[in-house]
Design a protein around this ligand. Structure first.
Ligand code: CA2
Length: 144
């Protein structure tokens, strides 16, 4: 199975700032651990701070990936276009957030992704990506 992890704006700064919210580990370091834990999954990774590039990555994923794990960062709460891109691809997209977006400011409670996602994982730190891979690995025949 091939899974693409897509991280949106500012998530390239993980491990550098705000460790009380987002943890102290860089995503690259965490990614190595994920690849060791999930040897049966080919895990590709893409990060961009640019909305259109994230949309292009989702479009490309529909041709060469089996699933996507998406943390759209702040665009989660603002981007109709990213929500449309998730709706437009038929492979499952798991929405992940490091922090619990429902326990934070009200503007973070709205997600343009959720209604098109296979499911949502929020508030478990980087472990959320691991939970998403766990789900995708066990998901029978592309269904819940
Ligand atoms: O909790 C999440 O994963 C978020 O998607 C992260 C976004 C935020 O806008 C969402 O509401 C929830 C922000 C990502 C910022 O990442 C940083 C990482 C390290 C240092 C500073 C920012």
């Amino acid at each position: 199975m091939r899974v693409l992890i897509v991280n949106g704006p500012n998530l390239n700064l993980l491990g550098e700032r705000q460790p009380e919210i987002y943890g102290a580990q860089s995503f690259e370091e965490f990614l190595q651990e994920l690849r060791e834990k999930f040897r049966g999954i080919q895990i590709a990774y893409y990060q961009s701070n640019v909305e259109g590039e994230l949309i292009n990555a989702l479009h490309a994923a529909r041709l060469n990936q089996d699933a996507v794990i998406l943390n759209a960062g702040g665009y989660t709460h603002t981007s109709v276009a990213l929500g449309d891109a998730v709706a437009a691809i038929s492979i499952p997209v798991v929405e992940v957030h490091i922090s619990n977006i429902l326990a934070r400011e009200e503007f973070r409670h709205k997600s343009f992704i959720s209604q098109h996602a296979a499911g949502i994982i929020s508030g478990f730190g980087l472990i959320g990506y691991e939970l998403a891979l766990n789900y995708l690995e066990r998901r029978p025949n592309g269904r819940q």
